[in-house]
Write a protein that binds this ligand. Structure first.
Ligand code: G3H
Ligand code: 13P
Ligand code: ZN
Length: 305
């Protein structure tokens, strides 16, 4: 059975661990996430963005994830990541998503509250939980956000936002960004800001743009021809500190994409005669699964299912 993020995140916040939200867009990524959750006995959030839905099809993805939840017996939610508008959210709720994010981070404060409240009014009667974002992350999403357009979350505004919108979880901007190029110099997150938001806001907090861009994956991908110069992510110690300060949901997409790509490149280079997709995508799925498992151990969610 699929459960909502509210059910998954309440114990995470009180017991100081975080539940990973892993982006999927096809069978291989879903199998990787599901098998990892089963092997780690971990609750898990399966996330799909509007562009993943456009790629895989809403009904295909929703039904595949429902099947995954039924056969895996770990607490799992199906979450719309970066829901772009009310219509998208409505379609996902109708298709059986158990959690939705409405990303009003491009709107004014008042417009963001109003849109989020409208989504809450649609979702809550159906048992679907809602995440919103305040502040704005830099990096690659459907539309690329330039560094100068990024805005960190103000703690007092966050308190007001949560009170007025009745949202269940809040994504905060504290210096992370989407994609593989998060820092030009040393990685730096604003932990004081996070501490202050955490004191003022009593819903679980969400960290987007949390991939670590592990050196070993970059090295492997580069060995087989990828061009990823300057790629840099969030150090694992920063992730652990963020969890201790109230982050209860952590979004990972880039590290799975990198693991997938590095492995496909490796197989194609080492086995030039291979043309069975299962022999190419199978190892790539295994590589994504190992990444997901290591995240679950890092986040402290292993053994919590
Ligand atoms: O924020 C989520 C992503 O990493 C971007 O995903 O390419 O599926 O829109 P997307
Ligand atoms: P990364 O690009 O760091 O994996 O972040 C993913 C994310 O925030 C999805 O919503
Ligand atoms: Zn995100």
């Amino acid at each position: 059975m699929l459960v909502s993020n509210r059910d998954l995140l309440a114990p995470a916040r009180t017991r100081a661990y975080a539940v990973g939200a892993f982006n999927i867009s096809n069978l291989e990524s879903l199998l990787a996430v599901t098998e990892a959750a089963v092997e780690e006995k971990s609750p898990v959030i399966v996330a799909a963005t509007p562009s993943a839905i456009k790629y895989g099809g809403l009904s295909y993805l929703a039904k595949m994830v429902r099947t995954a939840a039924e056969s895996s017996l770990v607490p799992m939610s199906l979450h719309l990541d970066h829901g772009s508008d009310f219509e998208m959210v409505s379609k996902c709720v109708a298709a059986g998503f158990t959690s939705v994010m409405i990303d009003g981070s491009f709107l004014t404060f008042e417009q963001n509250v109003a849109l989020t409240k409208r989504v809450v009014d649609l979702a809550h009667p159906k048992g679907v939980s809602v995440e919103a974002e305040l502040g704005r992350l830099a990096g690659v999403e459907e539309k690329t956000v330039e560094e100068k357009e990024a805005v960190l979350t103000d703690p007092e505004t966050a308190r007001e936002f949560v009170e007025n919108s009745c949202v269940d979880a809040l994504a905060v901007a504290i210096g992370t960004s989407h994609g593989a190029y998060k820092f030009k110099t040393e990685p730096k997150l604003d932990f004081e800001r996070l501490r202050s938001i955490s004191e003022k806001v009593d819903v679980p907090l969400v960290l987007h743009g949390a991939s670590s861009v592990p050196a070993w994956i970059i090295e492997k991908a580069s060995r087989y021809g990828a061009e990823l110069k300057g790629a840099k992510g969030i150090p694992e110690e920063h992730i652990q500190k963020a969890i201790s300060l109230g982050i209860a949901k952590i979004n990972i997409d880039t590290d799975l994409r990198l693991a997938f790509t590095a492995t496909v490149r490796e197989v194609l280079t080492n086995s030039p005669k291979e043309f069975d997709p299962r022999k190419i995508l199978g190892p790539a799925k295994e590589a994504m699964k190992e990444v997901v498992k290591s995240k679950m151990r890092l986040f402290g969610s292993s053994g919590k299912a």
